[in-house]
Design a protein around this ligand. Sequence first.
Ligand SMILES: *Cc1c(COP(=O)(O)O)cnc(C)c1O
Length: 466
Amino acid sequence: MRYISTRGKAPALSFSDVLLTGLAEDGGLYLPETWPSFSKDEWKALRGLPYPELAARVLTPFVGSDIEGATLRRLCAQAYTGFDHPAIVPLTQVEDGLFVQELFHGPTLAFKDMAMQVLGQLFEHVLAERNSHVTIVGATSGDTGSAAIEACRGRDRLSVVILHPKDRTSEVQRRQMTTVLEPNVTNLAVEGTFDDCQDLVKACFADMPFRTDMHLSAVNSINWARIAAQIPYYVYAALNFGAPDREVSFAVPTGNFGNILAAWAARKMGLPIRRLCVGSNRNDILTRFLNANDMTMKEVIPSLSPSMDIQVSSNFERLLFELLDRDADACARIMTGFRSTGHMDVPAQTWEKARTVFSGLALDDGETEAEIKALHQNSNYLADPHSAIGIAAGRKFREAGVPMIAMATAHPAKFPDAMVAATGIHPALPVHLEDLFSREERYRTVPATPDAIKDAVRAAVLSNTH
Ligand SMILES: *Cc1c(COP(=O)(O)O)cnc(C)c1O
């Protein structure tokens, strides 16, 4: 399997190269050259498989000949050993025709673990084959950093440096990162905002000699392997509700459009998915697009669901490329225009095409809190603010006879303040994190300058590779 860029001006790469590269050289995002598809019988053969086994089978056509089948199965099995639910991705009913799939049973209690744990295994395997080392540098406002650290901790061939804005993440989120004491993990508390952190990471990647010397790599949600590793749970859910003989719909609390894009990919592979419903908070660029073809950047407003506080949904570019029938020039033109004007000029027929599959619903903080409260009262279900938004979107677009499955993306214990305000309940952290608040923390405070970050990255790499 080869991968091509949405902007058409970067070399086609294999799965392993796409894994290590992340963003394409031309600024585009990688997608498979052709979409693999499964026949009805092939879908049926996946019914009843344990989740890690199903994940390996779904990933196989994307990995191609890069990793041998038995090895891929072993890597997937290892990836999910740290999950604290036997089903890995359990399904629960909350209302008539409305179900929840919990994706937060991994080590950091957010759905990012679903893909990141697989990525950690894939990186280690590919780097061992190449006898190589990479340095993962990333910025986080919370969930991505801890998921990346958990996936990379203790791995010889990976150094991981995560920048977080000092005093601007929740304490649970900070401690999930800073209490990991393995020597290959470096936490930098940057004296600045999340945007500063992102700019500093970009500055590291833009310095070509530095990037090459340090073997920089990224695990943010534009990495194709992350999308690929999110497809299996949609397959698992759909099969449980009778696919491929029966249609299902999904509702997904959405930020960067990575999670829901994986659902779209499953549909592209032949899984009978009827509708895909985007849930947004006040940062509702996607919902505005779906409702009125209004994809206009606005300032980010902090909300109860911080992992969806985004201005631009990077992965939307992949859908756009497909909706444009893979016209890379048109895609590049529209994306460049978006960056320069802040408004994405999507042709009317392309927008109409998106609306045949996608719907969007946005909730403000008051509506989110009311949804958490209603779910608790009426269904005895505790949903964190992100998950509650997804469930609300699912309810709105549910159709008779088609199961609607909403993705629960974070454990409620990650957002205790919102849960107490809405329900009066302070959800307990799972056993493996019970002592989080008494663990030793390690991080360095650094000024928000590229030189300070590069020095810290150099020091981290030196201490890991010598
Ligand atoms: C990252 C995240 C999201 C958004 O997912 P995208 O793939 O960026 O759309 C939603 N909920 C939680 C809890 C997250 O951590």
